[in-house]
Design a protein around this ligand. Sequence first.
Ligand code: SF4
Ligand code: SF4
Length: 282
Amino acid sequence: MKQIVIISGKGGTGKTVLTASFAALATNKVMVDCDVDAADLHLLLQPEIKERHEFRSGVTAMIDKELCQECGECISVCRFDAISENFIVDPISCEGCTICSYVCPAGAITLEENISGEWFISDTKYGPLVHAKLGIAEENSGKLVSVVRQKAKEIAEKENLDYVIIDGPPGIGCPVIASLSNVDLAMIVTEPTLSGIHDMERVAKVSKHFGIPTKVVINKFDINPENSEDIKRICQKEDIEVLAHLPFSQRVSESIVQGIPLVEFCNDRIVEDISLLWERIR
Ligand code: SF4
Ligand code: SF4
């Protein structure tokens, strides 16, 4: 079983469009959406949720008014001003540092686990999809990425699948690092804009730092051929293979609006190029 992550360093480069197309082209695979802060692969794969699980992470202080002696110790030690004058914890401000529970002389403070989001196992016409939804303003997306990846790996092993195809999150932070761990290939989708080049370089550094085989796809290469040449030069210097150059196509946004993977939506040249790209990855 091989694990392939599609990353970009920034949002909007066409990462999810490619992942959904690979989902339609590949046989015997499980898909994972690791962009848990702003999941969107489900919009193209139209999943039917089979299992729904709570994601718990971090703690919030709770004060038992019956036990509280109103001494004010907790208010004075809370560095986040999370406890009001009438001894109520504001769950948004509470960082779960736990210090208030140590100083409370009455044992009135407990720490409750937060429900920070949900993760799902779904059926799609292309195979199983493991995906998640982090709650608004919740943290620990890296931990949730690890949860969905582990679940997808278990499904792949149990069902003897050949591939785990991972739609990675944007950026270079904790969720990206969690998406990269132990993969067989990181495919960076970039576009020929200055920010696209900059973010490709950043995420390539992260990927190479972890010793992961890293390749690049230049999406919409024809919107700025000069910048596309720059990307090729950078990749050559960094010893990163450019796997494909995909042309701009108006059909991409139309397929997203229709909620259909691009390779099933039209027969334009880009579809041929994506099919060849998948063959190369295989
Ligand atoms: S857990 Fe920390 S942040 Fe939350 S109320 Fe207690 S002292 Fe404040
Ligand atoms: S430290 Fe404990 S007893 Fe004192 S005000 Fe806070 S919750 Fe009440």
